[in-house]
Each structure stands twice: as C-alpha cells, then as structure tokens.
Design a protein around this ligand. Structure first.
Ligand code: SF4
Length: 254
C-alpha cells in the first residue's frame, strides 16, 4: 500500500470550495445508461451543450430505439444531426460505432461494461473512431457506470493550464492524469463529476478563451496567469461586484 504523502496537495480541494461558494452546488446530473451517454458524448464535440441535448432528444423521438438509428441510412442520420457541428462526419462515426458494438457484443448495449475495470472499459471505448479520453471519461463517469474519472473538455483544459497545474502543451489525457493525482482519494465518481461541472462553468463564465475576467475571479489568489494578467491590465477594465451573480441558473454542461 502506498504511503500517504507528508504534505498532501490540497489545491484542488481549495479550488473546488471556492467555486462552490461562487457558483453554488451544481444540480444533480440526469444519469443515463452507458450507450446513451456514449452517443451524446460522440456528438457533443464542438457543439453547444443545449444543442447536443436537443439533438439527442430528437434522435430518441425520431428513431425510438438505438437499433433503428444504427440501421438507418447515413443520409437519414446526417439529416437528424444537422444542428450539430461536423454532422456528416459524426453520422458516419455514430453508425459505424453502433454497428461495431453490436458485432463485438452481440447486441446494441454497453451495459456489459460494468463487469470490467475502469481502465479496460476506457481502452475498449477508445478503439472507436472519434473516441478519445474526453469521451471515454464521460461515459465511465457520467453514466450509470459511475466510475472515477475526470472528463477534460476544452474549458477544463484551458482553466487547468492557466492555473499552472499542467503545461500549456498538455493534452486531455495528460491533464486528466495530473488532476487525478491531485484529487483527494475520497472524492467519489459523483464528486469528480461535480468538479468537472464547476470547472466547466468557470471556463464558460469567467475564465473564457478570449477574455478571462481575472479581476473578479474567485481563483485569482492561486492562479499564476491571473496574477500576470492583472499586473499588465488596467484593473478598472473589469470592475468587481458581479461575481456572485454567476450561478448555475443557466443550463449545465453535460
Ligand atoms: S485568475 Fe484569470 S486566468 Fe486564472 S482562473 Fe481566474 S479567470 Fe482564469
């Protein structure tokens, strides 16, 4: 058994508490079966959360069963995916993945994955085209599998890099590995999910790609990028005072 570190890294816990105070506790996720989560996550890249939810609901009502979606012509699937980014490519990836799941398992379900260890599930999922660590983490963490993993999307990656937890060149896999090292071992799968939701919201509301609001950021004290930005910017550009209005009132990222 590995000995506990003499000086545990508590930065992630502190950051989590600050974000909880600032944004409030995220509402509980609607947890889906692994296959539905897989389909959602495959479609979600470069597409707004709300749009992906709408498209998923549309697929459910148009095809009724995932088997019907699997067996539909590519053109029909592409038509149903029109609202999302890269609909043409994703239609092919989705149909191919659903066919391959059926071939490999014998029926269209991912429920059998619950028998396997998390790393094995993720490696299995990442064999499908278009599936990387972000999607495999989402499937194991967000779905009824509820395993320990952190889904590092573009917001999570950017915030983590700016906080200096990983290098600017780090990718999602490297970033997740670092965050999992930093996460307290007592954090359960839903707790890691909550952490993802908080960081993602932070990336959407304050630590945005083009204009991070460092002057009103609750993480400013522990953020080297924020210190650097504030020393070079005119502080009056982002007057404080609106920080607590950024809550989970807006739709949550999946
Ligand atoms: S201080 Fe600025 S760069 Fe750092 S997390 Fe906050 S908004 Fe992002």
């Amino acid at each position: 058994m590995q000995a506990a570190p003499l000086f545990p890294d508590v930065r992630l816990e502190e950051l989590h508490q600050r974000l909880l105070v600032h944004y409030g506790r995220p509402p509980e996720r609607e947890v889906w079966d692994p296959l539905t989560q897989f389909i959602y996550s495959l479609l979600s890249s470069r597409t707004k959360t709300e749009t992906t939810h709408q498209v998923l609901r549309h697929l459910q009502s148009r095809f009724q069963r995932w088997e019907t979606l699997r067996d539909a012509p590519i053109a029909e699937i592409e038509d149903a995916l029109q609202a999302i980014t890269f609909a043409e490519r994703k239609a092919i990836q989705l149909k191919t993945a659903l066919q391959q799941i059926t071939e490999r398992y014998g029926s269209l379900s991912l429920d059998f994955l619950r028998r396997y260890q998390t790393e094995k599930i993720r490696a299995w999922l990442e064999h499908f085209e278009g599936v990387g660590p972000k999607t495999s983490a989402a499937v194991v963490n967000f779905s009824t599998l509820r395993r320990r993993a952190i889904c590092v999307d573009s917001h999570h990656l950017r915030v983590t890099q700016r906080l200096g937890f990983v290098a600017k060149s780090a990718d999602a896999r490297e970033t997740e590995a670092r965050l999992m090292e930093m996460a307290p071992p007592t954090w359960s799968a839903p707790m890691l999910d909550e952490h993802h939701m908080l960081i993602k919201l932070h990336g959407q509301r304050l630590c945005t790609f083009a204009d991070p609001k460092c002057a009103v950021c609750p993480l400013q004290e522990q953020c080297p990028t924020g210190s650097s930005n504030l020393s070079t910017r005119n502080r009056t550009k982002h007057p404080a005072g609106k920080a607590t209005s950024e809550t989970f009132a807006k739709p949550l990222a999946k």
